[in-house]
Structures are given as C-alpha cells and as structure tokens.
Design a protein around this ligand. Sequence first.
Ligand code: BGC
Length: 967
Amino acid sequence: MSITNLLDLQTKVRGPNPRIARWAAAQGMVLLENRNKVLPIVSPKIALFGGGACSTVKGGTGSGNATTPYEVSVYQGLLNAGFTVTSAAWLEDYEAKFMKLQEEDTGISPLDKFFSGIKTEMPDPALTERDITEASDADTAIYVISRVAGEGKDRVAEEGDYYLTEVEKENLRLIAAGFKKSIVVLNTSVIDTKFFHEIEELDALLLMSLAGMEGGNALADVLSGEVTPSGKLTDTWAVNYSDYPASPTFGTNAGDGKQVNYEEGIYVGYRYFDTFHIKPAYEFGFGMSYTDFEIEVKAVTVDSENVSVQATVKNTGSKYSGKEVVQIYASAPKGKLDKPYQVLAGFGKTDELEPGKSQTLSITFPVSEMASYSEALAAWVLEAGDYLLRVGNSSRNTKVAAVIRLDESKITEQLSNMLPLDQNFTDKSGGEIISCSDAAEVAQIAAAPMLDLKAASIMTKDNASKIDGNSVTTYLTEGSEYLSKYKPGTERANRNYIEKFEYVPPCENAKLYDVYRGKITMEQFVAQMDLKTLATLVNGSFGQSNHRVEAADPIENAKEAKAFSSGSTVSNFIKSHGIPNTLLCDGPAGIHVMLLSTIKAFLSQNPETADTEVEFDSMSEAGYTAFPVGVLLAQTWDTELMTEVGKAFGKELLDNHTTVLLAPGLNIHRDPLCGRNFEYYSEDPKLTGIMGSMFVLGEQSHPGIGVSIKHFAANNQETERSGGNSSVSERALREIYLKGFEITVKSAQPMTVMTSYNKINGIQTSGSYDLCTHILRGEWGFQGYVMTDWFTVSDNGQDMHAGNDVIMGGNDISKIINAVNALMPEFMSDGSISCRTTPSYVGVGGTVIENWNSFLPQANGRDTCTAIVASEIETGEKVQEMVDRKIAAVKVNEDGSKTVTYKGTYTPAYITLGDVQKSAMNLLNVLLKSWTVNLVYNASTGYEPIEVKPYSSLFEDLKSYLMVEKR
Ligand code: BGC
C-alpha cells in the first residue's frame, strides 16, 4: 500500500484507540544495548535497511492476527516523525519486490492469507556497497530484523528464524562499517543475539517486538527520544538456545512431539538460569533507559499477612525524563523442598520522572506469595528459615533489602493434589540457592535488616475443593417421563458418580427473562428443555455473526453481518426461549474477524454458493485497532497501562457488537520457540497473572462484556497441539503453569475460560473434572463458563461432566446426546446407515455424518446391531461395502426380508442429563449478564430492561496479590 493511501486510511480511523496502541507499543519496547549513547537519534537523516523496515511485522499469524485497516511500517513511522530517510531507493525496491512476491504466490489459501495473516516470506536480500554509498548522506543506519510466528507452527532454531541468516549478518557488517552509528531493531520475539557482540561496531540493540498497527510510529517515538524506553524483558534471553531448560524436550526435540515431559519442573526461565548459574545474554526484567535511576529502599515491613517494600526511585540523569520498574524478588530457604534461587514477588513502575525528580513506591504483596507447593502435603507451604528480599531493576541487578526469618514451617493454603503425573520422571533439582562464594551477596545479607515472622501468626486457609464430585443432580419437571425411560444400573454402568434427581415445577414457554425476574429458577428453566435443545445450546457455532438472526443460516448471516467473528453462542433459541446469542472474537492483539474478501473467496470456491451476493461495509472504515501483541504489553510492566488497553479494547468490542474477547493468552513461555509466545506474556507466572488481571479488569469494566482467558492449561507448544500430552508434576503445574490463570481468576473473575487442545498428564484438559471443576471452581471460585478450544478432538460427553460447558466452535450435537442416551444406529430402508450433514461454515463444507450414534462399526467388534430390509427392497451398495469389509453380514429371512447384522462396539451412556443441564446453567448465568440480553425481548410485552453491570467489578480482588501506592 502506498504511503499516501496509508495516511488517508489513518485519518479515517476515529477514536482514541490507535493513539493508545501507539502509546502502549512505545512503553513496551526494550532497549538492550546503547553503546556510546547513540540513542536517541539526534541527527535528522537516517539510512534504513532490513526487510522489517517496509514489511514490518505487526503481530503474529493465526487466530491471534488482528484485522486492521492499516499498518504503519518502520519506514513510514520514521517519515511521519520527520526523519529524512537516505536509503529510499533500496526501500522502495524492496517493497516492490515484496509486493510482487505476495501477488504472484498463489500457494497460500484464502483462509491463511486473509484470516490468519500469513504472507510469503522474503529473506533479506544482500546489501551491496552501492546501497550503502547511496545512503551515506546519513551518519546513522538502522537495520530492522523481523520474524513472523503464529498459531499452528512452532519456531525453529535455524537461520532465518531463531538465528540470523549469513546474509543478515553480512548486511549488519556492512552497515556497521559504512555508518558512524548503527542500530539494530528487533521486530521479533526472542532470537539469538550473539551477532551483536560478534560485529563489534554495532552500537545499539532495541527490541521493538511486534508492536501492532501503530508500530512504526511508536518505534519512531522511542528512537527520536520522544519516549524514553522503559520496557523490561519478560523472558530470559539466553546466550545459546541449548541453555534453555526445556530445549531438550520441546517440540520434537525428544520424540514426535506427542508426549512432552516437563522434566525441568519448576525451573523455567530465570528460575533455572539463576539457580543453575547459567549466564544469560539479557536477563529477565532487564531493560535500559536513556537516563539513569537510583533505587533506594527506605523500609521493608512484614506482618502475618503482607510484605511491604518502600523504595524511592530517583532519576539521576540530567537530560531525559523516564520511568523505572522496581522489581522485588524473594529467595526462599531450601528445606524439604528444592527452591529456585529467586522468584518475582512484586513490582511497580514509576510515573514519568523528570531529571532530578524522585517518587516513592510502596509495593505490598502477601507473605503467602513466597510459599512453595508441596506435593507431599498437598499444600502451599512456607518452610522455616531466612527469606531474602532482593530489590532492583532487573532479576540480576538487585540488592538484598531485608531478610525475613520465619521461625517454623507453615502451611498457607491447604489443597488436594489433583493432577498426578502420568510418566516416570522426577523434576530437575539440586540447584544452588545462594552462591556463598559471592562476597558481595554475603555482605549484603549481613547488612540487611532482619525481620522476624512467627509462623503461628500466619493463617492457614483451607481452599481444597468442596465440590461433591460423586454425584450430579438432574432436574426433572414434575410429571417428566425421563425416569421411566432411564434404566438404572445397566446402560450407565461405566460412570463413577451417581445421578440424583430433583423435581421442579413445570414452566412451559418460559423465557430466560423469567429467571432474571425470579419468576422461575434456573433449574426449572433447564428442566423443561429436552436433551436436543440442551445439546444444541451447549454447542457454540462458527460463522454466525448476527445476534438477531433466528435461523442458523450462515449465508443469511453473511449477508447481514459486517464480518465474521471466530464464533458465537447459538442463536437458535432467541425466540423460543429468549436466550440471546453472543459473539466471540479473537484475539489478544485486536479484533479479528473474517473480511469480506475471505468470505467471498470461500463462497466462490463452491459452485452452489459462487453467485451469492454479499454486501458489506468497507472494512477499512471499521476502525479496528491492532494493539501490540501480548508479550509487548507485558514488557511495559505497567499495570495501569494494561487496564487502559483493556478498556480501549473493550470499548471496540462493544462497538462491534461482540461479547467475549478470546484473550488474553496466559500460557507460560516454557521455551522461546513456541509459535504462539507472542500472544502470551512471560516465562513468569506472577507477571502473567498480574498483567492478565489488569487487562481483564479493564476490558470487563464495560457492562456486559468479558474475556476468555486461554489456553487452560500447559499449552506450551504448537507441535502436536491437538491431543499432545504435557506431562508435568503437580508442583510445576501449581507454581508455574496454573498460577497465572489462578491469579487472574481470583482477582479479575474472567467471564469465560478456554481449555486447551492438549492433555495434561494423560487427560484432555476439557475432559478433566479435576482441572475444570475442582481447581477452577472449587479452589479458585470461578463463576463463568468454560469453553473448549475450536473443534477440539475431545470427548464432548466427558467435557460436559468435567465442567467444560460449551463446545466451540460447535460440534455434532449427537456426541452429547449419545453420551446421555446411548442412541442406537439409524438405518435407511435398504439397510445402510442413514446420514446427515452438519451445519457448514459460511455455507461451504458441511460434514456428512453417518448416524451410527453409540455404535462404532468394527470387524472385530464384540457387539452387534441389526437392520431389517423389506422383501421388495434390495440391500444398498453401502451395505455391500460393509460386507466386503467384514463388518456386515446379510441373511435372507423366510419371508424374503433381509437382516443385515453389523459388528461393532456399543458404548453405553456415560454421563447424565444433569451434566448437560449444569453446563447449560453455567452458560445461561453468564448470558444473563451479557449486554445482548436486552436485544432479545420485545419492549411491547411490558418487559423492563435487565440491568447489565460490568462483569468484573462484582469480583475485583487484585489486592490479594499486589498493591502499589505511589507518592
Ligand atoms: C485457537 C484459539 C482461538 C480459536 C478461535 C483456535 O484455533 O487456538 O486461540 O481463540 O481458534 O479462533
């Protein structure tokens, strides 16, 4: 797109969100090197090179791609900021080649291209001496290295991805030699940075990250000194990829990727590097500024509940204002449990401080945040001994500010072990907590104040799940025939819980509104729904986009909607039951919808729909904002900023009639090569949880909308993401992989949770009662509904029992019906199995399903079922196929009729009606709080609008994890 067009489009975008995106982007960029203080750039002329200069990557690909009307490249951003770019010839030539490549490459499907944002990659071409000479009117050169990553594919430790290519390195050598000052901008996630030290004349290294649609402008803000960088890394950047503790087992490094043993246990990121004395290239929490700061700890206090650190931060520089992040790490004593060297316990970011100015931060966190999870006790425990509090501005630049001496060990929270390891390995252990040879550390400890903490004063909370997992209640309308159809003992033999029954008064033709008004109970409301209705309700849908559409007709919807979101809850029961449907929209970095072009491409692929006329508003008018990706937002370490971005995002969702944002992604960066790390925040769970909570509180501050935190849990690679098994110890789960979710659930009460595609310790996450019910609801108090990730291969019946309430993006409802009722196969009159077609996606590609129901045809099956074919009818071709496959046998009866006997395995019903009712109730309770609820009732019936409140404010409790006061 030409620059003039870009500017035109930018001006069309109304509202403050692009500015918020730009501000957030600049706040999360991290300055890694700044030799000779070449940054900020003072000269007005710049030579700009590298593929990322023009084809700047705004975010990742896949569902996390954001739909946006424009993207500001680095080149454009520098021009906008008033720089003269001396390498225009090279840039324009690059851009032309890049565009041509995109046009000519027809190998990318419309879905990948338009929805997932996948482009054909063009490796950086070699620079020539001439390119350098032509641009030599500038004394400063910038080289932008970019990398794309996304859903469905992990990154690789190869040149062109984790490593620079030889051409890139040579190009850097040329610019380092050809210009007085040379700056490398990383438009990437973690990469190998050895090149920076190998090429000596390079001066600065700036992590731009994937900065959203305003990325180029934000980068210019930082390069020019308009904004002083204050971002800090949320991951350890290792010297070598092999230094990462998960690298031996990540992806296919230890097999086919289907079984991954998290052998490093709790030693993820800096917990590993610090404990096992591995020097990183750039440590967790690191980030430079244009100015200097001094952090002075004024006081540390501890009581039975909280630790408080008061630290004064002073800008000791003379030229630039800036912000600093105070980071507090706690080192727990080694007792029965192995301990990491330190863990992040609290942090706070100052306001912008002018040179010479200071600000005092009071950072408070609960004592219990220093506890470790003991599998032996099934509890979080503070072991007796000395706890060191380290305060500084990165994980490796701290001073011991206090020693808290705990007299005896104390359980802070009693739980039950829930997710036992299924593989035979023991977690890594045996690191050294304090290096006694480090004289400076020993001296700091000796000089630090000693604070006494009495174990007896600390409370033990009993938070073990109190949910009764041994029974499920089925609600029956008085006079219901359900019990007479149900034969106890036989067809439900393989359930390990009992079905209780409760009768409720009938409420025919009731609407969800009647529940709100208290005329009927929710139990009554679901008791009068038949199984088919319930199963339809708890299946979401993909491709419905308009709240008011009664029929689930994708083409009708396509005509009416602006664009397609990733999914919705169903619209089938708007009229009959007054149940609103809600749109669910990706993703972490901005509204992600299907564009007109994609839908047209889909429709045109199918002869039946090729001529469909679809009218849409111009998407370029839509004004969606591509915010910076999750990891950049987290790199701000700015909790207030997270809330602001959450609010801005939420407003856009409401404006676009969406209810649920499928974000934030709270998975942990176990390894830098996970393809979706850009969507997630950090290797550290506390930072993840706090930043996630603040975003959610912001987003959910708008009435009637919410988020879906995802992917719950231990979804740490894209290789074999569907059904792959993550084997993780309970301790590592509790301390690392669940912790961010736990903080966010407890402190921000997200409207929904999305389970992941993978298994944990052999059990599908969506089918895990322990995860979805005991931990999420029983221990953490989650109140919303749980949905599967899209088209998961899980057992949907089991999902219902486990507490995964909604199957996204909608599956064959018979899976749930069969799980409750064990239906027999349905045959055609010719003895062959009957078929039906599932609803299709945008009118194309509905799946044909054979109605075998609870019978799985198999040649070696132990059960049989039969179809009778009347004498005047021939058995069909499909029957013959089954005979050939030795699954069916045909016998001619005396009266000329034929009996077709199929062999196979019959699966008895294995869940109860109550399981599905429970899921429906969880969903309906949330729908009642959605803003769409008022759309479905007609004012002429005398209905008074339902009062819709912000979902989060009902629950807010972040104070239990972190409190920061500024003075
Ligand atoms: C992704 C989710 C996403 C969903 C809907 C899935 O493939 O894993 O993160 O929210 O699709 O687009």
